[in-house]
Design a protein around this ligand. Structure first.
Ligand SMILES: [Zn+2]
Length: 241
């Protein structure tokens, strides 16, 4: 793992992956290494990881990647709170996931909202347990150049901003292909590399094709190559100041 001290911490790409695609993530480790990229894996259903997945996730963490929490059963936070109350949300959906990850040796200091569903109440609740949360902007914005300002969090605001917006870079889901135009995402990366701050992106599985949301290895490599050309370090959530 490359030391943190030699990294510019005033600008970064935060590349994140959600759900429980541990085998596919582990298969992508050489690509991350080639671009000296460290990323964040937000894991849901940690109690359902098999032994192989536990071992592979451990290896990813040993490579310097961050492991964060994505809930026990991928519940939409505001809906669960509305249906069962705030206490039940933490007790049934969040704390068991966090404890399960910690038992496996992952501190899980950050949380990504399933389906990016959040509100002020859930932010306040979760910030009692996590240092940072990841929300999202609508995926259909990713072709929009004005996304750059929405996505980029200025370096000066980073210590105060505990909820970071992310944008999907998934290629598709099952037979459905998503918007191929990433103009807004590219604009955000260029702006971030130019004037500092962080830009957060998210995907799910890494595969040529998959029934779940997935990004193709080729698209992932194009994003990593762009970040490399821009000298924009790709770091995990645990490396943020
Ligand atoms: Zn998810």
């Amino acid at each position: 793992m490359t030391g943190r001290a030699d990294r510019r911490t005033d600008r970064a790409l935060l590349l994140t992956f959600d759900d429980r695609h541990v085998r596919e993530w582990a298969a992508t480790a050489p690509l991350f290494a080639r671009y000296d990229a460290r990323v964040t894996f937000f894991v849901c259903e940690p109690d359902r990881l098999d032994r192989d997945e536990m071992r592979l996730l451990r290896r990813l963490a040993d490579d310097g990647h961050t492991v964060g929490c994505h809930g026990l059963r991928h519940e939409r936070a505001p809906d669960f709170v509305a249906a069962h109350g705030a206490g039940a949300y933490l007790e049934r959906e969040v704390v068991p996931a966090l404890e399960s990850l910690r038992r496996l040796g992952f501190p899980a200091r950050s949380f990504a909202y399933p389906c990016s569903a959040r509100d002020g109440t859930t932010d306040r609740l979760l910030l009692t347990l996590f240092e940072r949360l990841r929300g999202g902007v609508p995926a259909d914005r990713r072709a929009d150049p004005s996304l750059a300002d929405e996505l980029r969090v200025p370096a000066a605001e980073l210590s105060a901003r505990r909820v970071l917006p992310g944008c999907s870079v998934d290629s598709g889901r099952g037979a459905v292909a998503y918007e191929d135009d990433l103009t807004g995402v590219v604009a955000a990366l260029r702006r971030t590399a130019g004037i500092g701050g962080v830009t957060t992106l998210y995907a799910h599985c890494v595969a040529e094709a998959h029934e779940a949301n997935h990004v193709t290895p080729a698209r992932l490599e194009r994003l990593l190559a762009l970040a490399g050309e821009l000298s924009l370090p790709c770091v995990g959530f645990d490396e943020l100041p």
